[in-house]
Design a protein around this ligand. Structure first.
Ligand code: ADP
Ligand code: MG
Ligand code: MG
Length: 889
């Protein structure tokens, strides 16, 4: 089977299956597949070839060995490039040069950096100089190649080369790289080669085939680099995807003032506006634009004018190449029907396309583009709904900086990724991670970021860099992660040894609080207050489309009126879980709760419960006021009594005063109630069975509150009273009878009546297995997947941190089972319980109330097994609405 595919030039496939494989990102990687596709639709792409992802996995499996088969296919593909370009690799007269680029299925900043100008050596550099008629260009290209190859393939510290270059510039009194002459670069090549010889103990490889295979091996190896592994872990990318390698004829953006290189988006990736967006640099190569060494220039004159910048935009400096580029933008957007992120080079006035992919975007931009593209007729509503990552909505649901709050602006950089972030400034990624893990919010401040900083960027609330443009590493990664970012804040200078930061004339130290406004590019002193998010506009439109497409209902987990109000604003259609114990912990009540628990007899307990009744009733009244007309699942007291016990002497003394019982007596009672395994102890319905008066009080509070709300507003909520931790039918039968008796009494007393349901949580494996029986006693099941995961896996959620991360790293669990439902295992119990429950009671209401109710993958599973609703914390409600719609598509 072919594992090397060429593209560009006169590339064609005899076998249609090869065309299919080449177009498949899983085979040729994102970059390779799109390069081939661009060439196929007639865009100017330098010819090249792609070695498949399979080949990288084979190479790693076989212990870093190339097969003869691969060598043969590469030789053929190289000959194809040579024919197309009319140059020969290693030819001393007019050499073919290539780039070697990695390209996994998805773009991965953790992967190997690209090597450009490969094929240069002491001989071919002369040929390049002659053939191009440009000495300076040839030696500049050679020194770049030595620098890149040494860093990326030979593993030599790139700082050594940069220092040497800095010294050379200082000696000559020069500032910019572009000021160096052919002779200067020639001399530097000599120095660079000497560095390699010292560091490596052997000379820089002169054989162009050694160079090529060295670079290919480096791409393969980079799949298993630490950087790549960290990125894979953070982004749930499996280790068995592998990476492709792209080898492509060079085109040169560093051939003088009619040449350039650039990066562009077909729409603004920060706001979603339909404007060309990007940066370019004249007489530059490769990653100069994103590396932050020179400040890039604007693409369009509109953007340049808006920013008040002087250097000419590409539109002004190279009008012909620019209009060709604009034409290509439209072509690509129409072809891929999505916003594209593009890399291009202009060589002596001619435009070449080097990459295209669906561009990373902020959540705000994702929404705007999805809605706009439907209006433009580019995509259907379903596609718009499918395209927005539910988790990304999180960025929009959180507060932004109060526009009216005073701001002490320290400096303004580029608005690289929108949103507000505040925290203590830290100067490196490791510190960011450490401080965050101890509970601090931090802002990572760097001169510029690199893939080694990813873990710190992830830990930080926001990112500030002194250098780099809108398409720099920091900007791209921050947008992808949804972290606010200000880049290129050139007034910022960092003193790493003193751990201080100078911004203009202000000196700050690590740990000082600052705030970033990523949408404005501002850096502010201290913590600036925030305002609530805007839920209308594109957000509202897309959510409306999603609501029309979903089948499942979305409820919220909430236990305060404020949370309920917020959840309703976010579109919640009821409460899926109201945990009543949170009300018990309230400072004003905990004493009464403890009196009840520590009471010696039922009479003592009832006295304490009498104090609690009006409080609970008030809780429920406040909640029902907000939720009138909607179903509200209320879980009766669940946690082990153990959790409410006093621990401090002062607490015992206070209780002794309140009850008239002695401190010693109370301590002995507490001792008696101590449990070794409280999570499997005296909790849930076991409390209701042994202390029925507790559940009686709670049921009474619920019914009285519901009747009151109905009397006042004319509309009652639909209470769904939920009995936790049921394992047997009999438990639920006893407690259902108890609840129904209370209901009857209250209705009689009030002369009123409301609808309600009694049901249970399915959170023990036995309950799932016996669901057919249990359904005789309950009108609904709510899957308590937190406990069900604990009890099925035998893993304690609170004690699992120590081993869960290594378990995920080793692939034992593909994801944290408390974050994303273990569909294979726990999922079976859910599915089976749903089936058995329905067999007994065809109209049984089924929902999920664990943390998983806000996780898109788990929501997709809930759709598959036909649950009626999911329930999520208020901020996750919109995420769940969108995920439920995607699951239904
Ligand atoms: P990344 O995945 O980090 O974007 P790329 O493989 O796209 O890396 O390479 C980075 C840059 O190198 C490109 O944007 C382009 O400017 C330059 N480059 C890559 N291949 C070529 C080539 N054949 N000719 C000219 N420049 C190239
Ligand atoms: Mg790169
Ligand atoms: Mg690229």
């Amino acid at each position: 089977m072919k594992t090397v595919y060429h593209f560009g030039g006169d590339a064609r496939h005899d076998d249609p299956r090869d065309a299919e494989r080449q177009a498949d990102k899983t085979v040729t990687g994102g970059k390779g597949a799109n390069l081939a596709e661009m060439a196929r639709i007639g865009l100017p792409v330098p010819p090249g070839f792609t070695i498949t992802t399979e080949e990288s996995l084979r190479y790693l499996r076989d212990g870093a060995d190339f097969s003869d088969e691969l060598r043969g296919q590469v030789a053929d593909a190289l000959a194809h490039i040579e024919r197309s370009v009319g140059k020969t690799f290693g030819d001393a007269g007019d050499p073919l040069l290539v780039s070697v680029r990695s390209g996994a299925r998805v773009s991965m900043p953790g992967m190997m950096d690209t090597v450009l100008n490969l094929g240069l050596n002491d001989e071919t550099v002369q040929g390049l100089a002659r053939a191009s008629g440009d000495e300076r260009f040839a030696w500049d290209s050679y020194r770049r190649f030595i620098q890149m190859y040494s860093d990326v393939v030979l593993g030599i510290d790139h700082g050594l080369f940069e220092e040497t270059l800095e010294i050379a510039k200082e000696d000559k009194g020069l500032y910019a790289d572009t000021e160096l002459s052919a002779e200067d670069w020639h001399a530097l090549v000599g120095e660079f080669k000497a560095i390699v010889e010292t560091e490596l103990g052997k000379p820089f490889p002169q054989d162009v085939f050694d160079q090529l295979w060295g670079a290919i091996a480096a791409v393969f190896d980079s799949w298993d680099s630490d950087r790549a592994k960290v990125y894979r872990r953070l982004n749930d990318i499996p280790a068995d995807w592998g990476t492709a390698v792209n080898v492509q004829a060079m085109v040169f953006g560093n051939m003088g003032d009619t040449s350039a290189t650039g990066v562009a988006f077909t729409r603004d990736p920060a706001t979603g506006e339909k404007v060309f967006y990007g940066e370019y640099l004249i007489n530059a190569q490769g990653e100069d634009v994103v590396a932050g060494i020179r400040t890039p220039q604007y693409l369009t004159s509109a953007a340049r004018e808006k920013a008040g910048a002087k250097p000419l935009s590409m539109e002004e400096a190279m009008p012909e190449a620019y209009s060709e580029l604009a034409r290509v933008f439209d072509l690509l957007e129409n072809h891929y029907r999505d916003m594209q992120d593009i890399e291009f080079t202009v060589e002596r006035g001619k435009l070449w396309m080097l990459q295209t992919r669906s561009g990373k975007r902020t959540a705000k931009a994702a929404l705007k583009m999805a809605v706009d593209m439907v209006e433009e007729g580019l995509i259907a509503r379903e596609e718009a709904v499918r395209r927005v990552d539910p988790m990304a909505l999180d960025q929009l649901l959180h507060p932004t900086l109060d526009p009216d709050a005073p701001r002490e602006v320290l400096t303004t950089g580029l608005p690289a990724s929108p949103g507000a972030a505040a925290g203590r400034l830290v100067l490196d990624a490791d510190t960011a991670e450490q401080w965050t893990s101890r509970g601090d919010k931090v802002i990572l401040v760097r001169v510029e970021t690199s893939p080694e900083d990813i873990h710190g960027m992830h830990a930080a609330q926001g990112i500030l860099t002194a250098r780099g443009g809108m398409t720099s590493h920091a900007a791209v990664v921050a947008r992808g992660m949804g972290r606010p970012c200000v880049s290129g804040a050139s007034a910022v200078s960092i003193d790493r040894s003193a751990r201080t930061l100078r911004i203009g004339t202000r000196e700050l130290k690590e740990g000082d609080e600052i705030t970033l406004d990523g949408a404005k590019g501002q850096v502010m002193m201290g913590i600036v207050p925030t305002v609530e998010p805007q839920l209308a506009g594109d957000f509202g439109t897309l959510m409306e489309w999603a609501d029309a497409l979903r089948r499942m209902r979305v409820r919220t987990n909430a236990e305060t009126p404020d949370d309920c109000r917020m959840a309703r604003q976010f579109g919640a259609e009821g409460i899926g879980l109201c945990r009543t114990e949170h009300m018990f912990f309230d400072a004003g009540r905990i004493s009464a709760v403890r009196q009840m628990i520590l009471a010696d007899d039922e009479a003592g307990r009832r006295r304490a419960l009498e104090q609690l009744l009006p409080e609970q009733r008030a809780d429920f009244t406040a909640i029902f006021d907000v939720m009138a007309g909607l179903p509200c699942t209320i879980r009766l007291l669940d946690p082990p009594l153990h959790e409410f016990l006093p621990t401090r002497d002062a607490e015992f003394e206070e209780l002794a005063d309140a009850t008239g019982l002695g401190v010693d007596h109370l301590k002995r009672r507490a001792e008696e109630l101590h449990e070794f395994n409280p999570m499997l102890g005296h909790r849930g319905c076991r409390l209701g069975i042994t202390f029925p008066e507790i559940y009686e009080m709670q049921a009474r509070a619920i019914f009285e509150a519901a009747c009151d709300v109905q009397a006042e507003s004319g509309e009652a909520p639909l209470p769904e009273i939920m009995v936790p931790l049921v394992a047997t039918r009999r438990e639920l039968q006893i407690l259902r009878t108890l609840i129904e008796n209370v209901a009857r009494q209250v209705f009689e007393e009030k002369g009123a009546q409301i609808d309600y349901l009694v049901g249970t949580m399915i959170e023990l494996p036995r309950a799932a297995l016996m669901a057919g029986e249990i359904a005789h006693e309950g009108a609904f099941f709510s899957f308590g997947t937190n406990d069900l995961t604990q009890t099925t896996l035998g893993v304690s959620r609170d004690d699992s941190a120590r081993f869960l991360a290594p378990y995920v790293e080793k692939g034992i669990f593909s994801r944290d089972p408390f974050v994303s439902l273990d569909i294979d295992g726990v999922g079976q119990l859910v599915e089976l319980a749903a089936e058995r429950g329905r067999a007994t009671r065809s109209d049984i209401k089924l929902g999920i109330c664990g943390e998983h109710g806000g996780d898109p993958a788990s929501i997709a599973f809930c759709e598959k097994v036909g649950l009626d609703y999911v329930s999520a914390s208020p901020y996750r409600v919109p995420i769940a609405r969108l995920a439920a719609a995607q699951a239904a598509l």
